[in-house]
Design a binder for this molecule. Sequence first.
Ligand SMILES: [Zn+2]
Length: 205
Amino acid sequence: MMKMQRNKAPQYLKDNQAKWTQEYLNKKPKPESKNKPSSFYWHGVYDQLLTDLKKLSGKRCAFCDRPMSPIGDTEEEIEHFKPKSYNKYPELAFEWTNLYPICPKCNKIKGSRFSDLLLRPDSNNYGFDKWFWFNPFTGELDIKSDNKKSIEYKQAEKTIEFYGLNRTKLVERRKFVSKSKTKNKGFFGGVLPFRYIKIKKGIFH
Ligand SMILES: [Zn+2]
């Protein structure tokens, strides 16, 4: 999870945020309704919003760093960091700072969970090296702090867990890229190697 810079909310979102949020809140299903309707929609700005969000992350998943390929909506999604579910944070459904570009794998693993311990890639004090290090031997993200009781340790642990940042395919991919990078250049570690190299479309998963 590399550092991401957040710019100002796009105008179309600013102009409509209050109205769209209120409409969404108004559609909250009554507790007795058994078939809860899916009442959330993007008012036609989904593609533009995704494009704007991807600019912030260098066209990567903001959490696992996987390059995003624009093959329909299935390869890239918009994450509500604080879930938009009616029993969670529906008031943040159209809040720019609550939205991130995400790959479907990370999105599925996280689901509608939330924890105050989760790290945001665009928060002021966030930096990959402060919370994590990349272990080139295992391919995993390891936690920087060795104090399991520290807040930093818990934040890193929760973020890895909620987004599945050490899932098998990511770990394999990191190892593979790390090996090919180190072949002629000696030891390489510390950062995510695949973040900085060009990967052929489709081979990364
Ligand atoms: Zn991802």
